[in-house]
Design a binder for this molecule. Structure first.
Ligand code: BES
Ligand code: MN
Ligand code: ZN
Length: 477
């Protein structure tokens, strides 16, 4: 990981110095003057023709400088310094420092929000995770002339994203629901943690039906409560999907190749947990409760069957059609619990819910559903600012009929009449459990996991949503 440190002057002990190239021009600033180097000459090697240098491109060369420990200088292109370009450049810097234990200096003069984007992405690009026997820890110290507030928040936010990633990367033979409860306690950072299991879950019909497939240790309902000192503040309730492995259950996933990524099916919970872990350090004055709905969706003699009817928290009955649509079953209990017990001002659920969410949108935007225009705009804006972008999707009223069941209040796969739009009908199912709450649903099936190691993301869990939610919660008054 990267540890950020404030330094107004070019640090003497830095082994490497990063110098920005903006819009094709090297911007040595006051820092580089003391280096007495011909950076223009180096730039000519970097960009031999007139072709523009894209943000994130880096040109490194050895440089010994008197009175400095500097051994290498890197010219790094920031493009035209848009936030997106700063993220790309930050990620590239972080990647350069992967596996290293080094002191470096970023000779950048930027505005606060620009530093923030770049630094967060640097720590994200630096992230690596493995269980290799000879894996060594790597911690580089990155000095930068930004102010303390920016440095602190970039550190806290990016550490939180990486924390979520660690949870998602952990293999499912280790991270059962009980393990997640332990992590919630370990990472609570002052938040109150309550865990329900066994008989205490008797009203949580969805969680029991899914988690019953894997009775040792069985499902967990984990409630994390962050209460700031100030009272009379808004109350945000987050509900996360925490399927520690999704085989599909009796409706087994096929082809089997699509099953391996399903260790990431608790990404929603990882995001909620990581958000809670950062609130105190960011001094956020909003009450936040996270409900982590944790279960394994396995195939076994105690697994639920297609055609079972279950009763959710609050009493609604649901006909189970396809046991692979398990996420909405555990979320329904969480949403109903929140509405009945927590009086949320905002109710947000986050889940790797449907493969369909990625069909139109790809893996860059999360599918966001809500009927509250103000909340929609707030989340969109927080998405653009933080880099975790959302796309507003429609809750199509005509499709509600898909939820009809002949024998229960709802049919859970919402596949009647073949409307398609699986991400939309899943959202409509969830909406049946939110009553009058101001609610948004984030389907992160696409963004929650990356299949390639590139840019900010490692292959595997991305920690998507931590930046978005921290940005949004921080903006509430
Ligand atoms: N966890 C999956 C959704 C998913 C798919 C997440 C791909 C990430 C990548 C979810 O539980 C699921 O299986 N959904 C089904 C729903 C269907 C059976 C109605 C799906 O999307 O196919
Ligand atoms: Mn599934
Ligand atoms: Zn799932």
């Amino acid at each position: 990981m990267l540890n950020f440190k404030r330094s107004e002057k070019l640090s003497k002990d830095a082994k490497q110095i990063f110098i920005p190239v903006i819009n094709g021009t090297v911007k040595p600033g006051e820092f580089s003057k003391s280096l007495h180097l011909d950076l223009q000459e180096q730039l000519a090697f970097f960009a031999p023709s007139d072709k523009p240098i894209k943000a994130g491109e880096i040109y490194e060369f050895p440089a010994k400088v008197e009175n400095y420990s500097c051994e290498r200088i890197a010219l790094v292109s920031l493009g035209n310094v848009s936030d997106q370009e700063l993220r790309t450049a930050g990620a590239a810097i972080g990647r350069k420092l992967r596996g290293k234990n080094e002191k470096v200096f970023l000779a950048l003069t930027l505005k606060s929000h620009q530093y923030k984007s770049l630094l967060i992405s640097a720590n994200l690009g630096n992230f690596q995770w493995s269980l290799k026997r000879d894996q060594k820890s790597a911690n580089s110290q990155v000095s930068v002339p930004a102010d303390d507030g920016v440095i602190k928040s970039a550190q806290v936010i990016s550490d939180a994203v990486n924390r979520a990633r660690e949870l998602i990367h952990t293999p499912s033979n280790k991270k059962n629901p009980e393990w997640i409860a332990k992590q919630a306690k370990r990472l609570a950072n002052g938040a109150k943690v309550e865990v329900l299991s066994g008989r205490a879950l008797k009203e949580f019909g969805g969680l029991l039906a899914v988690g019953g497939s894997s009775p040792k240790p069985g499902p967990r309902f984990i409630k994390m409560t962050y209460s700031p000192r100030k009272s009379g503040v808004p109350h945000v309730v987050l509900v996360g999907k925490g399927i520690t492995y999704d085989t599909g259950g009796i409706s087994l996933k096929r082809p089997y190749e699509i099953m391996a990524p399903m260790k990431s099916d608790m990404a929603g919970v990882a995001t909620c947990l990581a958000v809670i872990s950062a609130l105190r350090d960011l001094k956020i004055e909003v009450k936040v409760t996270a409900l982590l709905m944790c279960a394994e969706n396995s195939i076994s003699a105690t697994a639920q069957r297609p055609s079972d009817v279950i009763k959710h928290y609050g009493g609604k009955t649901v006909e189970v059609i396809n046991t692979d649509a398990e996420g909405r079953l555990v979320l329904a209990d969480g949403l109903a619990y929140a509405v009945k017990n927590l009086k949320p001002d905002y109710l947000i659920d986050i889940a790797t819910l449907t493969g369909s969410a990625t069909l139109g949108l790809g893996k860059q935007f999360a599918a966001m559903y809500s009927r509250d225009l103000k909340l929609i705009n707030q989340l969109k804006e927080a998405g653009e600012k933080s880099g975790d972008r959302v796309w507003h999707m429609p809750l199509v009223d005509d499709y509600v009929a898909a939820l009809d069941s002949d024998i229960a209040d709802l049919n859970h796969t919402a596949d009647k009449y073949n409307f398609n739009g699986g991400s939309i009908t899943a959202a409509l199912f969830l909406e049946q459990f939110v009553d009058k709450a101001t609610w948004a649903h984030l389907d992160i099936a696409g963004v929650g996991r990356a299949e390639a190691d590139a840019g900010e993301n490692p292959k595997g869990g991305t920690g998507w949503g931590v930046r978005l939610l921290l940005q949004w919660i921080g903006s509430l008054k």
